[in-house]
Unconditional design. Structure first.
Length: 202
């Protein structure tokens, strides 16, 4: 069994910076940004390294998924809310594309996901968080979608309008999104709400 020695956020990339440094830089151009990091595994190590951002700890990180982390995050905001995994890498241009869209929910996708990495195996493609589109509008989400049926892969970052963030908080509160759920599970629930959804291809 492989044991992690450090949290994903502190992983050092080939560029020499830590993963969380990269992500913070990607969001650098946002005005009046308020960064909240939801930690779990060895969260104190991240807190010690990044004392200039707000931290919330998901005490149930061993038994919950991304929805469990959202449940402890302050989602309500008068401004747009950006959600991202901490094990993905994207550039400032991705954030700019998300910011430019006015839909309630804007999802970053990769339509070249099958060809992007030459060494990516079929099992990994099957496990990917996939999306079915009608033009640029998402209609289905999930890693249970077949590779052939999917049009794109969710790259792990999205934007919520203030209204959409309120809806997300309520879905979690009433239990329509379980704490063990994934972001595609959340997006599937948002498809059922009176919200506008779109995607940006990165």
């Amino acid at each position: 069994m492989l044991f992690r020695s450090r949290p994903t956020a502190l992983t050092v990339l080939k560029s020499g910076c830590r993963l969380l440094d990269w992500l913070l830089h990607a969001f650098h151009d946002l005005e009046d940004r308020n960064v909240v990091f939801v930690g779990g595994y060895r969260s104190s190590s991240v807190i010690n390294e990044f004392q200039n951002i707000q931290f919330v700890v998901n005490e149930q990180w061993k038994t919950t998924g991304p929805i469990g982390s959202l449940a402890v995050a302050p989602l309500q905001s008068p401004c747009a809310t950006y959600l991202t995994y901490c094990d993905v890498v994207f550039r400032q241009e991705t954030v700019r594309k998300l910011t430019a869209e006015t839909a309630d929910v804007v999802v970053a996708i990769d339509r070249l996901w099958r060809q992007r990495y030459s060494e990516r195996g079929f099992d990994d493609l099957c496990a990917a968080e996939k999306i079915v589109l009608q033009e640029m509008t998402p209609v289905r989400f999930g890693n249970n979608l077949t590779v052939d049926a999917a049009d794109a892969e969710f790259v792990g970052v999205l934007k919520l309008s203030p209204c959409a963030a309120d809806v997300v908080a309520n879905l979690i509160r009433i239990g329509r999104c379980t704490l063990q759920g994934s972001l595609p599970d959340l997006l599937t629930e948002l498809l059922r709400e009176d919200l506008s959804l779109t995607t940006v291809d990165v």
